[in-house]
Design a binder for this molecule. Sequence first.
Ligand code: GAP
Length: 519
Amino acid sequence: MNQTDTTDTPISMDDLMALCKRRGFIYQASEIYGGINGFWDYGPLGAQLKRNLADAWWNDVIMMGCSGRTGPNGKPVRIVPLDTCIIQNPKVWEASGHVGGFNDPMVDCRETKSRYRADHLMVLREAGASEGRGYAFMENDEEQLARAMKLLGKYLRKDIAESDVSVTPLVSLPKEQIADLVGPGVKDPGTLTEPRAFNLMFKTYIGATATEDDVAYLRPETAQGIFINFKNVIDTMRVRVPFGIANIGTSFRNEVTPRNFTFRSREFEQMECEFFCHPSESREWYEFWRDYRMDWWESIGLKGDNLRLREHDEDELAHYAKEGAGTADVEYRYPFTYPDFGELEGVADRANFDLTSHQTASRAKMEFFDQERNERYVPHCIEPAAGLSRGVLAVLCEAYTPDPNRPSKVFMKFHPRLAPIKAAVFPLVNKEGMPEIAEKLHADLHQRFGRRGFVELDVKQNIGKRYARMDEAGTPFCFTIDGDTSSDHAVTVRHRDTLEQERIGLDAVGEWLEGKLGG
Ligand code: GAP
């Protein structure tokens, strides 16, 4: 989001979503049937953008071992990849705690049939009143808050100002007070249920009989596939602690309130690494990963005020985290969280919680014999867990740059490494030998850069409209063949971000672009 360039207000999510649809980044899933809440399809440019982000992570984190950094032990960082099943034996999710504990407390409205995360509901009351009628609204929902204020004013039969009201989280109220609340979108109290636990895992059945014995779950995180293969990897690869196992894959969560475009979806992709180390070294590896992951997101274009690293307070730590264990989030300032931030990636010291749980439940040994230390132990684990889908969203928000001075009024300022279209080639007019030169240049560039993204050839419409289309697609460079090209063997390259135009030799375009794209 380039709010810092012009004004200090966030971009409009409606505008971004409209561009995503118009240019083929993201579509509503099942759109022709009215959509399906919490699911999104990626169009041609979105699919390539997501692929480029995943490739950047795969290459930098896994293949280059944290972009070639030296670990706190002074050695290169070793990470190996893995690709595991979405459906595993249900015992995996019992041992991991997801069957018993992966719950969000939620509140249903009997009248509107809406379902709310209890921890996201706030209650508006007359200042000083600790019981009696209250009006529930979703936190950060200005419209619902305004409506609650209006209804409270009507109920109290007076004009009310902000100083006349108090707001408390619904979860802090005694249960018997829920009946006195008026839910969002209804007029009378008594339609909200008490908060109830709701397991977020999607259930399915294996085989034809579909009895309770055949229940299986769609994975809610990719991490457990790594833990349950820890022993296999140790036994088949020449890896030694410290080392990491990483993967990219789809996860599913039956989120109570999917919202904010793809931010909280029911099907999404994760990029997770489990990094195993000796218990005595977990703090330094945690700090290494925390700082590396922040730097990495910056390196692919999320910069400045919109990105921050936030260490969790002690009371936010997960149930498995030992006291003093580090947990941090890399957070992005999304337009819908603005001026606050929302999670992009979590980096957590999980101690040996997962390996020990699986060792106890499966009786398979999860120990590692450390020859250097002559010691057998269950390694501790540092987990950098990033959202691929959520990363794409952050990249889209960051790239969206309003510019009233160009015909498109907006351009997508993608890092060249991520841009789904790497370059476009235009003949200025579709005659006088220009299309032939353009086709040849396009074929050369496609041959050279096609593995990294699209190279487009566009001959239609006037040049201004073609530039406008490429600005919205976020194409960093456009090469135009004009009337002089056949004599001076040069083309005009237009830079997306600066609108600068320069003339470069036709034969030098490939090398020139190579130098600009990086990665
Ligand atoms: N293995 C640890 C784990 O899954 P998490 O914080 O629940 O941790 C990691 O998820 C990342 O996955 C989050 O930081 C976020 O980027 C992404 N993520 C989680 N739930 C999501 C959802 N419902 N929709 C989109 N992305 C999600």
